[in-house]
Ligand binder design. Structure first.
Ligand SMILES: Cc1cc2nc3c(=O)[nH]c(=O)nc-3n(C[C@H](O)[C@H](O)[C@H](O)COP(=O)(O)OP(=O)(O)OC[C@H]3O[C@@H](n4cnc5c(N)ncnc54)[C@H](O)[C@@H]3O)c2cc1C
Length: 1012
């Protein structure tokens, strides 16, 4: 920036400040601090969090006593972190009676008053009144419709209708008002008076960047009538920008629909662009090229910094993805200025609307426009309703057009918007807070953000390992690997909002399809065995497709595999732990190298949708790396030496392990059990499920490519009933690791318990069995999240996970509301072949599974009320599809409430209160996973104590455990043994030994250090 420009920026800034009264109620429309909340929250982060949570929950609380209970609980949760006066005051919060009613009334009316500061009204008529009031102050408007998250197609239809009504209603009123040239015209002519802002994700319940094409199609279908009406009535439509993962799809839809013949010559459209994203500069260049060379008609760009900064940084950290936003405030400010210059230089094509309350950002735009001789009314400034009114007036008084982003809607959905605004304004970095609550000097506030870069030391957010900056997983086999004590980190899942990942997955599916029809043999001693009998492996999404043919191992081959393992055992046991760990890390590298290819095999052989197939490979990588690190820890002998006596405690492997894996996590579980056995020094007979034997063969390929010594793992696909008993009862087999059904697990356990003559050990059985997992929905739960959580848990991978949530236990007070939305959300799911990116529910694994599930549905019809079942139509003959099915009012003793179904069937059950819900949840023979959605800290504490399952999740779905973060496994009839991906898992594959050596010779003993 030239010194001149910076000086002019400061001139403009000072001019704006001169027109403000900084001592007055600048920040908000009405004397904000009288509410105290904001002022208190700003100085006490713990209090701020708890109060915001309380405000967020408030609209859901029906009873007065509930309001005081929640206030008490939220404040109580922060405990010692709260200021002393708040802690003392808590004792005075009334629990019931008149005072409690008074408190509830006060809390509600305060929250409502607060919300009304940011939300213009709850219906069109109120919104029109607000718009009229603004017009009398010569402020233009853009109206935004607040709503709950759109999780059903019915809700998306309703949103569309609301926009149509809104445009009609506003046009009717607003166009009849007398003209106000300062806002109704720019320097060239009239402007649309009616201006609406649209969030695209509200127009499609399955808005998902993994399927930009399908998402765009569905959104455009609902958007077209809105744009057509706007065009016809002379209104303006702006597309809001939401979270980063939606950005590319939003831009795509914007371009696609505005290139359609009906809209390509229509200039009254715009899109919000976020300066806090590092990608944005490139996006703007692309938009310019598109507008200039393809569309040839300008669009508006609302330049904002971005409203999801906290969300984006937390999400990136959780997933191990690159952070898409700048991490220091001055960088966002500086980028805003850079993009301001770009827009004003291209104002003929990209007409800017600067959405900011930051006087420096605003003044800079004024100075650039002046320098480029862009007339002040060619562009505009935009600000939020209820914020910084004097700044709006100051700018307007300087001759610029100011438009107010004016949300309207019901209080309940409005709370989320309110909390976003509160968070934004109370953040340390907020301009409004610094300028008006903290009273920083004008010179500081008007500083060039780039100057700050010199003052502040950079604090880069650490880039997660194994990631390239483009978000792709690094596949370099030479990446440095974890030294022994390095902290384990989960392999990031592929971010399918990125085109490069989608393209690679699509290419991998094509490549894998071209390899269909091959034959996969039994492999013993690293040698392929002659193939006699075979099984075809079909694509469950399209049964006309034969994925390949797999050899069926004979009993002789099973015996040969055990013999080979036995031969290899001694050498493998004596291989140093570091070498075995290094082998696992090489296997992980093979998986990384073949990441999308393996995901494609999983998708096509087992009918797993893209994201879940990718997660299967990521989990397999995690198992390798986690167990490698864990074994290196266990491999160090423990010493308990005393003078003259050396005591060493260490582990050694058990011997030959048989691994029998299921088809539902065809790579991850087979890899987990196999690598645990291998890294601990056992040799392995690997038996994949019949339905996923090709993925098993791929694992064998990876083991071999990583340098598997002959016989250390042998690949024995085949029919469980034929070779299972041979393997389990074999006298040379020391350990069986099994994951699968309860029935088979118990049978294996029984068979393995027999110790025939000649077998000098008792076999060890590790078994992960089923679940009948429940999700409790408390009556103050956030329904958007609870429904999404239940739907994902119940119908993700067509319910074929042992962790799947197959019972929703809902408290009476919220039951009907929950059920209605649940049914609508389920109706909105896309049942499709798993290889289609837009698939939300794919097929079940085979005909036998389909028939078994359908039989359970028949039983359910007799036991409970069938409220919904998706008709799968022609898919029924194309593949093994069962439509998501919901039963309501299911008695707790019903078969469908007690037995594992392993399909997309959900039982919804009513509970009188939380204790009742817990009793029902625990009242099954399994104890694997569970979840609870609640916003009551006390209830959640109770749930944590009393909901007895292996993996309990609070306010999230009950599937998707990650290695190390959520070690996985249950008890009761859900499992024998400790959790996979957890610190105790490997111990099961080992036997501990102690060696004690007497070092004393005739009264002389070496120093302990010398022998340690
Ligand atoms: C009319 C209008 C429409 C809007 N529409 C959208 C929209 O469609 N989509 C959307 O996302 N937002 C939208 N916003 C919200 C807007 O992004 C925020 O109000 C805005 O970021 C606040 O910026 P400011 O310039 O007023 O304040 P400032 O206080 O100068 O900036 C605050 C912003 O800086 C950024 N920031 C904060 N901390 C850091 C940090 N450590 N590192 C880097 N950056 C940081 C964040 O973006 C934060 O919001 C809109 C705002 C307006 C006024």
């Amino acid at each position: 920036m030239t010194p001149d420009l910076d000086a002019r920026t400061k001139d403009f800034g000072r001019e704006i400040f001169a027109r403000l009264d900084r001592q007055g109620p600048v920040l908000f429309t009405r004397p904000w601090l009288e509410d105290k909340l904001m002022g208190l929250g700003m100085h006490d982060p713990a209090l701020k969090v708890q109060l915001f949570r309380f405000v967020d929950t408030l609209p859901y609380l029906k009873e007065d006593t509930e309001v005081s209970r929640h206030l008490r609980e939220y404040l109580g949760e922060a405990g010692d972190q709260l200021p002393r006066w708040v802690r003392r005051g808590m004792a005075w919060i009334p629990q019931r009676g008149l005072l409690s009613q008074l408190l509830a009334w006060q809390a509600r009316s305060n929250a409502e008053r607060m919300a009304r500061k940011f939300i213009a009204g709850s219906n069109v008529a109120e919104a029109v009144q607000a718009v009229w009031r603004m017009r009398t102050r010569r402020l233009a408007f853009t109206i935004d419709l607040l709503g709950e998250a759109t999780i059903t197609e019915a809700e998306a239809d309703h949103v569309q209708k609301q926009y149509l009504d809104l445009i009609r209603g506003l046009t009717h009123e607003v166009n009849a008002w007398p003209e106000e040239p300062i806002i109704d015209r720019d320097d060239r002519g009239p402007l649309p008076r009616v201006n609406v802002s649209v969030k695209l994700s509200a127009l499609y319940s399955q808005f998902d960047p993994i399927d930009p094409e399908g998402t765009s199609r569905a959104v455009r279908r609902r958007l077209r009538p809105i744009l057509a009406l706007a065009k016809q009535t002379g209104a303006f439509v702006n597309f809001d920008m939401e979270q980063y993962s939606f950005k590319d799809t939003t831009l795509r839809i914007f371009r696609e629909i505005l290139t359609e013949p009906e809209f390509r010559d229509w200039p009254h459209v715009g899109i919000a662009i976020q300066a806090y994203l590092t990608d944005t500069e490139a996006d703007l260049h692309q938009l310019l090229d598109w507008v200039k060379y393809e569309r040839r008609c300008p669009v508006w760009i609302r330049l904002v910094k971005g409203a999801y900064w906290d969300y984006e940084t937390v999400l990136a950290a959780q997933h191990g993805w690159p952070v898409p936003v700048f991490t220091q405030k001055w960088q966002s400010d500086a980028n805003f200025e850079k993009l301001t210059e770009f827009l004003l230089a291209n104002v003929e094509w990209l007409v800017p609307a600067f959405g900011s309350h930051n006087i420096r950002s605003i003044a800079h735009a004024m100075a650039v426009a002046e320098q480029l001789q862009v007339p002040p009314r060619r562009f505009e400034f935009q600000m939020l309703y209820g914020m910084a009114d004097p700044i709006k007036e100051a700018i307007q008084s300087l001759g610029y057009r100011v438009r107010i982003y004016t949300p309207y809607g019901q209080l309940l959905p409005g709370m989320a918007y309110l909390v976003r605004r509160l968070l934004e304004n109370s953040s340390n970095d907020s301009f409004l807070r610094q300028g008006f609550a903290e009273g920083l000097s004008e010179e500081v506030l008007l500083r060039n953000p780039c100057d700050l870069s010199l003052l502040l030391r950079p604090q880069p957010i650490e880039k997660p390992p194994m990631l390239a900056t483009n978000g792709q997983t690094v596949t370099s086999p030479t990446s440095p690997k974890a030294p022994p004590d390095e902290h384990f980190q989960n392999e990031p899942l592929s971010d399918f909002s990125r085109a490069t990942n989608r393209d690679q997955m699509a290419a991998a599916l094509r490549e894998v399809r071209s390899q269909f029809g091959r034959t996969y043999p039994v492999v013993i001693d690293n040698q392929s065995q002659p193939v006699a009998k075979t099984l075809d492996s079909l694509n469950p999404s399209r049964i006309s497709e034969r994925v390949g043919t797999v050899a069926v191992a004979t009993v002789e081959q099973a015996n040969a595999a055990v013999a080979s393992c036995l031969r290899a055992f001694d050498a493998w046991r004596d291989t140093p732990v570091e070498e075995r760990a290094a082998f696992l890390k090489r296997v992980a590298q093979q998986f990384r190298r073949r990441r999308f290819e393996l995901a494609a095999w999983i998708c096509l052989e087992t009918g797993k949708p893209w994201r879940e197939s990718d997660a299967d490979v990521a989990e397999a990588i995690d198992f390798c790396e986690y167990y490698a690190i864990e074994m290196q820890k266990l491999g160090r002998p423990q010493h308990r030496d005393v003078p003259g006596e050396d005591n060493r405690y260490f582990y050694e492997p058990r011997g030959v392990a048989v691994v029998i894996a299921p088809w539902n996590f065809p790579l991850a579980i087979l890899t987990g059990m196999t690598t645990a056995a291998l890294v601990t020094g056992n040799t392995v007979v690997m038996k994949p499920a019949e339905q996923s034997a090709i993925v098993g063969a791929k694992l064998m390929e990876c083991l071999q490519a990583a340098g598997l010594p002959p016989g250390v793992a042998n690949f024995v696909p085949g029919v469980g009933e034929e070779i299972g008993p041979t393997l389990v009862q074999h006298p040379d087999v020391a350990l069986i690791a099994f994951t699968g059904s309860l029935k088979v697990a118990l049978m294996i356990n029984e068979q393995a318990a027999k110790t025939p003559g000649g077998q000098n050990f008792v076999k060890k059985v590790i078994a992960e069995m089923g679940g009948k997992n429940a999700i409790i929905v408390d009556d103050d739960a956030d329904l958007d999240e609870a429904i999404k959580g239940v739907v994902d848990s119940a119908f993700g991978y067509a319910g074929q996970k042992c962790s799947a949530g197959s019972r929703a236990i809902v408290l009476s007070g919220i039951y009907e509301q929950f059920l209605n939305r649940l049914v609508e959300a389920t109706k909105s799911l896309t049942v499709a072949p798993a290889d289609e990116p837009g698939c939300s529910v794919g097929p079940v694994i085979d005909a036998e599974a389909r028939d078994r599930i359908l039989k359970m549905i028949d039983i359910g019809r007799r036991e409970a009320r069938l409220v919904y079942q998706t008709d799968v139509g022609a898919l029924a003959t194309q593949g093994y599809f069962v439509g998501p099915t919901i039963f309501a009012d299911v008695p707790e003793t019903a078969t469908i409430a007690q037995e594992e179904i392993f399909g997309p069937v959900l039982s919804v059950m009513r509970a009188q209160d939380l204790d009742d819900a817990l009793r029902i949840a625990n009242g099954v023979k399994y104890a694997l996973t569970g979840a609870c959605f609640s916003r009551s800290p006390t209830n959640l504490e109770k749930v944590k104590r009393k909901f007895r399952v292996g993996n309990l999740y609070i306010n999230r779905k009950c599937t998707g455990a990650l290695v190390d973060r959520q070690p996985f496994g249950g008890f009761k009839l859900s499992g024998i043994g400790s959790k996979a991906g957890g610190p105790d898992y490997l111990l099961q594959f080992l036997v501990p030994r102690t060696v004690t050596e007497n070092q004393m010779r005739r009264g002389f003993a070496p120093e302990p250090d010398a022998v340690a």
